[in-house]
Design a binder for this molecule. Structure first.
Ligand code: ADP
Ligand code: ADP
Ligand code: MG
Length: 649
């Protein structure tokens, strides 16, 4: 076994690989970019080497820097994770030329599977069923459109170099073919530097079922299938193993085809053979076709681990170190059912836009496996995939595993960024999905109901107000509460575009009335915990100016700082001043910059709180008078705007 390996990746997969390696007594070297200097995967390693700037091209894609780091730290092997350099055969060649071991398949096997057209031709030869279509070299548009006519509509145009669902177009009618071809080719050229496409029959009610294989360079075994049909725009959202409705006959046929595919290219290590399945007539042994092979450890490998009890990373290390396959086909069995949900920082109502933010609070549920590359306090930066975690559950049956997933999602607590938790929960509550009726169109068909954002109830507003005022748990007695005069305090909160001022009237240590959003909510403290209109409290936390209630996907309320308003309203003039003595935490304005009323120009920390200082009007910054880190007096001028007349001139 290796004594030291380097992991050429980041995030959850780097942490995942490190966990197994260290458990095997193997020393782990991490590499990191500027943005990742304090990242979880660095902390998970024994040694870490800085390899460059935050953009992937400046760090995680720099094969030379990674190989140099391996040599400098005495690593004998490199694990590529997924993405980045994992399927780059030139990198594999370079690793081997440097006398190191690549933990994965040979460069030759990666090249053979790298282009979808060549892979399909090869698989056809090996007797693996492939999706009917045209995967020849003639790229003349007329020829391709003729091929589409022969195949019969609907057809799918696919970039031969494609990945991640890019460069793919579904065409329903012949008259749309040419436009779709042009846009697929354009996207493929930009994303992969290769505009070539193939044409495939579009399978009706498609299901994506893939087979995990593992080879030693000569022989291969399969570790059964995963169903990844829950997709949004050809991207996997929830995966499971085994596939619902799978028959022993079809499983055997698919397993054999996948092993044949792997052995045909002398596959070494973990790989996945992806098939498309016609779900319109049930699962039949003659109803699956090869789509492509992913020559790496896959994102969704944990569901296979859950049902087989195999640690795929351990197998990768052992086989790369020269051991033979750790198990024979007949040793492998399926135990129960497993689901994986991909938790992302993304703004679902805004079209699943990737989000960024600092995870003020992060807690994963009990009773589930959580593979993550971030911790509370870490930042989801714009440089990389915004995945927060993969949540994996296992159970004796599909129903049990799915209800464990529902519970696990309900137990995820994320504050500081929007997430797709609500969407994942809605999916896990979807009737068709629960019944095992999965196909790749499910999400798109029911998108409207799946993306509904829960609106806070008056009880939620009331609880948020109490938490914002620090009245969530502690006795208000110390805060000046007296029996004979009910204490009234107010706080302004914002949920989305909805802004409300909540008034909390305390009527004793265990009772209060909250007036908010045209409602009146009775708060009562029972056994130390507040209830709201009789509803039990939801777990809640205040982090800075954000109150998060962990109900559904998490309800985030901004606490509106009255000082923001004061600053905005008060300083009609040119100066942005410190409203109180404090520490300048950050200055966002630069001289010459155009700002709009309401823009955040600086942050002042005072009285243990952060206060945003906003521009009171549109204008141009004339001068920045204070730097981050400066201690300032009340009334100190921090930023000066140009006179309005000057700016107009
Ligand atoms: P999986 O089938 O494992 O879910 P994905 O398609 O989600 O695979 O991709 C897994 C990882 O590989 C992601 O990080 C994705 O960005 C990366 N990836 C997939 N295809 C390519 C490609 N052609 N080029 C670069 N990265 C890719
Ligand atoms: P990528 O390299 O982007 O992962 P794939 O060839 O694996 O591309 O296809 C991605 C997804 O597109 C599949 O999981 C499936 O949902 C859909 N798809 C691919 N081929 C077909 C087909 N012939 N018919 C229907 N859907 C397909
Ligand atoms: Mg694929």
């Amino acid at each position: 076994m290796f004594d030291t390996i380097l992991i050429a990746n980041r995030g959850e997969i780097a942490c995942r690989v490190a966990r197994t390696a260290r458990a095997m007594g193997v020393r782990v070297v991490a590499v990191y970019s500027d943005a990742d200097a304090a990242a979880a995967h660095v902390a998970a390693a024994d040694v870490a080497v800085h390899i460059g700037g935050s953009a992937p091209a400046d760090s995680y894609l720099r094969g030379d820097a990674i190989i140099a780091a391996a040599q400098a730290t005495g690593a004998q092997a490199i694990h590529p994770g997924y993405g980045f350099l994992s399927e780059n055969p030139d990198f594999v060649d370079a690793v081997e030329a440097a006398g190191l071991t690549f933990i994965g398949p040979s460069a030759d096997a990666i090249r053979k599977m790298g282009l979808k057209d060549a892979a399909k031709a090869l698989m056809e030869e090996a007797g693996v069923p492939v999706v009917p279509g045209y995967h020849g070299s003639n790229q003349d548009p007329e020829h391709l459109s003729g091929a589409a006519d022969t195949i019969g509509y609907p057809v799918l145009i696919k970039a031969v170099a494609g990945g991640g669902g890019k460069g793919m177009r579904l065409v329903e009618r012949p008259q749309d073919f040419m436009d779709a071809l042009e846009s697929a080719k354009g996207e493929a050229r930009t994303a992969f530097g290769n505009a070539d496409v193939l044409i495939e029959k579009y399978i009706q009610k498609p299901r994506h079922i893939e087979v995990q294989v593992f080879g030693d360079g000569t022989r291969a075994v399969h570790l059964f299938e995963r169903d990844c049909s829950l997709q949004r725009r050809h991207q996997k959202v929830i995966e499971e193993a085994p596939a619902p409705g799978m028959t022993a006959e079809m499983r055997a046929a698919m397993g054999q085809a996948a092993v044949r595919a792997a052995e045909a290219i002398g596959y070494n290590g973990a790989g996945t053979v992806e098939f498309i399945v016609d779900g319109s007539r049930g699962l039949r042994p003659d109803g699956f076709w090869f789509m492509e092979m992913n020559t790496r450890l896959q994102v969704e490998h944990p569901v296979t681990e859950a049902i087989t009890g195999v640690d795929l990373v351990e197998w990768q290390l052992r086989v790369a170190a020269g051991e033979s396959l750790p198990a024979q086909q007949e040793d492998l069995t399926i135990d129960g059912h497993s689901f994986e949900a991909r938790l992302y920082a993304e703004d679902v109502p805004k079209g699943f836009l990737p989000a960024t933010g600092t995870l003020a609070h992060l807690e994963f549920p009990q009773g589930a496996r959580s593979d993550s590359g971030v911790r509370a306090g870490d930042t989801i930066s714009p440089f990389y995939d915004p995945m927060i975690a993969k949540i994996i559950t296992h159970g004796p049956t599909r129903d049990v595993a799915l209800s464990r997933m529902r519970a696990a999602l309900a137990g995820c607590q994320v504050a500081g960024t929007v997430t797709n938790l609500g969407f994942l929960s809605a999916l896990c509550a979807h009737r068709g999905f629960a019944a095992g009726e999965v196909d790749t169109g499910l999400i798109a068909r029911d998108l409207d109901t799946l993306v509904q954002v829960p609106a806070p109830r008056p009880a939620d507003w009331a609880q948020a107000a109490m938490v914002a005022l620090g009245l969530g748990e502690d006795l208000p007695g110390d805060a000046g509460f007296s029996l004979w005069s009910p204490l009234v305090r107010s706080v302004a909160l914002r949920f989305g575009d909805d802004e409300q001022v909540a008034r909390v009237a305390l009527a004793g240590p265990d009772a209060a009335t909250v007036h908010v959003a045209d409602a009146q909510v009775a708060a009562r403290r029972v056994a130390g915990a507040w209830t709201f209109d009789g509803l039990p409290p939801v777990p809640a936390i205040r982090t800075g100016a954000l109150v998060t209630l962990f109900r559904d996907a998490g309800l985030g309320f901004d606490v509106i700082d009255p000082l923001d308003r004061a600053a905005a309203a008060g300083a009609g003039g040119n100066l942005i001043e410190a409203p109180m003595p404090g520490l300048v935490k950050a200055v966002f304005a630069k001289a010459g910059q155009h700002v709009s009323a309401g823009d955040r120009l600086a942050v002042l920390e005072a009285m243990k709180m952060e206060h945003s200082l906003l521009a009171a009007r549109d204008g141009v910054v004339a001068e920045v008078l204070a730097e981050a880190g400066a201690q300032v007096e009340a009334g100190a001028a921090l930023i000066r705007l140009e006179d309005e007349e000057d700016a107009a001139a």
